[in-house]
Design a protein around this ligand. Sequence first.
Ligand code: PMP
Length: 406
Amino acid sequence: MTPKEANIRSEFPLLREKIYGKYITYLDNGATTQKPRCVLQCIEEIYEHYNSNIHRGVHYLSNKCTDLFEQARHTIAEHLNAREDAEVIFTRGTTEAINLLAYSFGETFCKEGDEIIVSEMEHHANIVPWQMLCERKRMTLRVIPITDNGELVMESVEPMISERTRLIAVTHVSNVMGTINDVERIIKIAHSHNVPVLVDGAQSMPHVRIDVQAMDCDFLAFSGHKMYAPNGSGALYGKREYLDKMVPYHGGGEMIDHVSFKGTTYNVIPFKFEAGTPDYVSAIALAEAIRFMESLDMDYIMAHEQALVQYALHRMRSLEGMRIIGDAKYRSGAISFLVGKIHHYDMGMILDKMGIAVRTGHHCAQPLMERMGITGTVRASFGVYNTEEDVEALIKGIMKATAMLG
Ligand code: PMP
């Protein structure tokens, strides 16, 4: 472990916890990450010193919290390189962001007979909201297939687009296989047909630098809790040209301009999409998590995690009976595997007893499981605080579990 790695780990109190008498090896970052001290302190500080509902008070505390909330929006907009803060809508995470988009975009721009394109490797959060829209409006969902290696069949994208295509919704990084999709290329193809693109950034925001203007995505959804921020934080980025036209998702306080029983007019973006009291504490702490990541340097995070994933793949491939699901050329974050005929759940249980936290199951990607002809996998997923020692613990754990179960 390098001094920098040790320093980073020391910022995360949970990593010093013991489970069954052993320090935890936390390899479930694809599900959620642990929180650095600065994020925990930020939450405590707000509740101890500033807590008050935002956007509606004349008093000091309310103004202070409102300022912090709007500064957080600015921090996120800058981190994404959005053109303006108003293009960042706070949500509780990726799922809420995609549901918001599927409803508001769907109600505004879609009609019977239209089509939405997703891919075969999507998380259920980027499938089901689109299926619900398709059911509501009698539309069709089309699916970009994937190769045995777990990469998108890029040649199939353009022929799938027609004058009925309203949107392409695709993940940046697969939560199961770690595949990094060439979303820039998909966006170029889509834009040449005037079709907008949503990028599901749930698994890329923690690992790679995203510049929404350079990428030119029309929408991007992400979750704070997967990038060292609290649960209940996240955002939908969207280009103003779409957001301005889209009807609201939820109705209630703050999203209105004027309410009367004759009719209601709506607020401007982003407030039009933020009805009710948001989780402003988590939103403010999300900005703190972004500052934390930037202080480590996104280039360092990317290089460290890439090297770790490559090291893990190299070590895992030497194990007997090892089957790694997906072998994409560009990958990040997650490695899914199976060993011999051992059930993923049994492997996960034995690893747990050795203090190693991995995830097992279908990872909310059942269509991908079906495509790969499996019911589930064991998934090790990495964060900035993981080290080669964690990989070695995993390798030792897999060998022991294999000896017991194989
Ligand atoms: N998309 C992807 C690719 C994900 O990995 C996840 C979370 N596993 C989601 C969407 C949903 O994120 P959340 O549960 O934070 O809303």
